[in-house]
Design a protein around this ligand. Sequence first.
Ligand code: NAD
Length: 284
Amino acid sequence: MNIQTVGVVGAGVMGIGVAQNLAQTGHQVILVDISENILDKAKHEIRNNIRFQSFYHKSDNTETPDSVLKRIEFSTDYKNLENTDFVIENVTEKWDIKREVYHLLDSICPADCVFAANTSAIPITRIASATKRAEKIVGIHFMNPVPMKPMVEMIRGYHTSEQTIETAKKILAQMGKECILVNDSPGFVSNRVLMLTINEAVFLLQDQVATAEDVDKIFKGCFGHKMGPLETADLIGLDTILFSIEVLYENFNDSKYRPCSLLKKMVDAGLHGRKSGKGFYVYQ
Ligand code: NAD
């Protein structure tokens, strides 16, 4: 199947990156979110990201923001997805929200359309259970920022067919990405480890063992990581971190995944990291 038009649902941190990456690799994109305000912000961010990319990263892609944006249709109407062959879902990491989105997608999109869930921790088999096309559901866990990251984690749900995996691999190759295929489990490989690490780093801060800067410096200076766990948390979004660790806690029923109360407090206070301007660090 040669996929030309891709639906992208959710225009937050990840949906913006996925839509931009697809449009920059020649795909037509329909980007859906719940309000015009959010979509206007998404358009503005894509424009800035492309400028930033060409300025700082000497990208080979010489297309202007306008010509990339021409390939993206911004919409609040799910009906515009009725002719798509492939949809990448990037809505808030809450099962109640995702379940409703999959019900809706299942009722609107063609029967052979593949749905790729870009989730941090929710099992793909559970997502598939919200549809009547379990064999066409696959997990694609993109990394942030999407256009800059060459690799993704792909997740095979219980019913995911080989054909669905092949279709997903093909579109990822078109986007310039390699994938590592893993079996389904809450948090998959990456976030079962990463969310626990970030949560523990927040406990260290709460216990006043070290400052945020020093926690991050230890990971960068001693282990050679490019970013420390708290900087990474700010990049991902503290709300997404909290929702993800809650998914792990509910799914494994294991107290090691209990979210740190400082993390909960920061989310309640609106300190969501880079996207809100403040998290463990302050952003302009
Ligand atoms: P975000 O909070 O930045 O964006 C979520 C978007 O979903 C918002 O724009 C919201 O308006 C939209 N949304 C909510 N309900 C909707 C609906 N019914 N229909 C359409 N849109 C709706 O979150 P994010 O960081 O972009 O994360 C999105 C998904 O990607 C989550 O499942 C998250 O776990 C996963 N993820 C996040 C990261 C990361 O680094 N942030 C990395 C990999 C995967």
